[in-house]
Design a protein around this ligand. Sequence first.
Ligand code: DP6
Length: 361
Amino acid sequence: MQKLNFETVFAHQIVFVENLNHSKIEGYRYGSVTAVAHSNIALIKYWGKRAIQKNLPAVGSISLTLDALHTKTTLQFDEALKQDVFLLNEEKVEGKQLKRISDFLNLAVGYSERPKARIISKNNFPTGAGLASSASGFAALALALDDRFGLNLNRENLSALARMGSGSAARSLYGGFVEMKLGSKDDGSEDVAVQLKDESHWDLRLLAAVTSTQKKDLGSTEGMNRTAETAPFYDAWISSQPKDIEEMKKAISTKDFEKLGELTEHSCFKMHGLAMATRPPILYWNAATTETIHRVWKLRQSGIPAFVTIDAGPQVKILCLSDSVDEIKEAVLDVNGVEYIIEAKPGPAARIVHPEKEIIR
Ligand code: DP6
C-alpha cells in the first residue's frame, strides 16, 4: 500500500469520504483487482434527476438483478500512465465515454492528480443498447475502486459511489430485488440502494428479446434531462412514483406475480409515454419492439402469465414464470426482427473475483 499526500491528491476524496462516514484512506494499492457486477432490470423505473451534478435521482426505483448479464472489470492504478486507459470488450474507448469514466474516478478518489488508471471491462451482452451496461459497469468499477483504495465502504455507501457514475448502477451492488431510495438531502447521503429480497426469494424469469444490437442514438442521461425540461406530465410522473414503489414492495414480499407484472408494465409505459411527450420526442422502440409487446399480450390473453418492460432501448424484457419460458420463447422468436433471446434469473450481488476464475463468455 503506497502512502499519498492527502492534502493535495485526496483533498476532494476526503470530502467524499467524510460524507460516506468510512474509515481513513491510506493510499492506493499496487496491482490489479477484478470485480463482477450484474445488470438489473427496473420494475419501477428511474427517469429524471433532482440534481444533475451529483446525479441524484428525482424518483425512487425498484429493480431485479439479472444473473445472465454481467460486466467484469479489472482496475489497476499505474503511475507510468499519462492518462486513463479504458478497454471495453477489447476495444480502446476514447472521447466522451472515457471522460465519463475519468470524471467518475476523479470524483470518487480525489481529483485529477490521482494516479492514472487502466480499466479493462468486458460485457457479456451488447453494450449501450438498453441492456443496462452502465449499471453493471459502474457497479463493478465502484467495487474495484473501493478495493484498490482500501476504502472498506459498506454496501449502501458503495451504492452511493456507483450512483455517481450512473443512477441505475447503485442497484447492481445487490442481488435479487433492490430499492433505490429517493433522498431529500442536498448532499445525496440518503440516495442509496438497499436490498429488498435476495436472489433466492422468488424464482422468476426475465427473457430479454433483443431486437437490435446497435448502440442507441440518445443515452438515458440526455433523454431523462430533456424529459425533465420539456415533458408536460413530468410533475405527475414524480408525484405518482411513491405509490408504485409501495405497491411493488408489497407484490414482491407476497410473491403476487399478477400484481408485480401489472405494476411493471404500468411503470414502463408511464416512463415511455413521458419520454414520447418530450420535445423533441424520444422513442426508443423499433417495429419489432411494438410487435413483441403485442405478441406477449396475446400470450397473456391465452392464459400465460407474462408482462413486458422496456428501458432506454428497443429490447423487450419479458417477466414470466419458469414453466412458461419455452412457450414464450417460441412465440417471441417468431416475431420479425427479434434476433435472439437472453434468459435470465434473479442474479447475485456485485463481488470481487479471481480474474481467471469467473470467465465472461
Ligand atoms: C430507463 O442509470 O442509465 O434504464 O443516472 O444518467 O446514468 P444515469 O441514467 P441510467 O438510467 C436508467 C434508466 C432506465 C430505467 C432504470 O434503470 O431505472
